[in-house]
Design a protein around this ligand. Sequence first.
Ligand code: NAI
Length: 495
Amino acid sequence: MPTNTKAKETLTPVDENREVVVTLIKGDGIGPEIIDQTIRILDEAKSGIQFETIEAGSSVYLSGVLSGISENAWDTIRKYPTILKGPITTPRGKGYKSLNVTIRKTLGLYANVRPAKTYDPFIKTNHPGTDIVIIRENEEDTYAGIEHRQTREVTQCLKLITVPGTEKIVRYAFEFARSNGRKKITCMVKDNIMKFTDGMFANIFQTIAKEYPEIEAESMIIDIGAALLANRPQKFDVILAPNLYGDILSDIAAEVTGSVGMCGSANIGDFVSMFEAVHGSAPDIAGKNIANPTAVIKATVMMLTHLGKPGKAKLIRNAVLKTLEDGYRTADIFQNEKNTKLVGTKEYTDAILDRLGQNPTVLTASELVKPKSFTLSLSNQKEKKELVGVDIFLDIPEDRDPDVLGKNLESVTKEFLHLKMITNRGVKVYPKGQKETFLTDHFRCRFVSPNGGNIKHKDITAILTILESKGYDSIKTENLYEFDGVPGYSLGQGE
Ligand code: NAI
């Protein structure tokens, strides 16, 4: 069923001073200090934002809660569904889950919006005039966190890309571009290699692009895309990417345009939205009054727009730009240039407070407009799905001779199904493999019907049973389906 993604928060910019309660997570490391400075600005700007603080992060992890967030915090978020969040330290090891990923996925924050813009000529950059927005899918891909160790030598991570998840982020990107006067979206994937997952993402992008003829829809392979972003970022306008690529691209964009300390981000869902800096908790500089608060202030500006307070957003944004024009610099962006002054976190904020109500003379930034809501329409539910084979993965710790394995498997399974091929790490090794191919203990054996056509689940069970009786360790099976006669599985390399 298509999901209806109509926004549930219908806020209009009628009364900019009205009170709104926001859930606050102060975070770890530099989190509390940059959040406290941001709150000073919100108060002075009479933004009408009140906070309900919840405990999440280090203190909760250390109390033994592996998710890093207490159960009752979810009720607060449900009551106050806009979150302002400082960065969180994810402790290494011991089964701790990333709180950032948990929040984004539990609350369905599917769109991660990360603008990155240069401040030339005031902050020197190799790429003047860069003004990019990265829109990153925020819930799927390898971030599903489904990983297994299957043999002594092989681990795997499942990369899940879904039709509704992709349609949602693609439509969001086009609506965002339309609402914000953006002219081009570049979709970056690796669909020359991952034809099903990334291929589907790219296809949905091109399908939906037809509904937005005024916006140029460009497709690019992620490797050259990332290289161009690092070297010629002015070329890009909006960049759309699945989760993992989007994460990497947005840090490149932040560094290319200045510093991670300068970029804010919004995590948008149908019910809840969360605003945060792109950077982490920076434990190396915590508590020293040297962190740059701009990233979290910019996230807060995005939050004010989202809450229907564009006037307050503009007031704060302009004061930040004027502060930069007047030469105030935290350490991460200080280049010792004429008419600039190195200041600490608090003094930088003081300078912003002094400039509330003033406008920059050169620097500009457009307020990010909330995109219109949309409805999902792509659905493949009517396609005919037929089971035509199975890949059975075997752990073969010793005697890894593909020809011997293939002949043995054929002799024990021929009554049930036909062994079509065996691969090792995706490369065909039987029949007729190449002697140079490196072999691990992880063999994929593809079985299909001897006469072509469909097979039954009981054929698979029969094969698994016979394999077990012959001493083989079947570590997983992957059914092979056709959808309206089109294979829904990749061929082996060399098949
Ligand atoms: P980081 O972003 O915290 O720090 C990277 C470098 O940038 C450090 O040298 C740091 O001092 C500097 N930096 C970061 N923010 C700055 C700011 N506002 N002003 C000046 N300099 C700044 O990344 P790192 O060190 O990889 O991660 C530290 C912790 O943060 C880890 O536990 C990680 O899991 C967590 N993290 C949390 C995120 C979140 O809560 N959204 C995002 C990324 C990392």
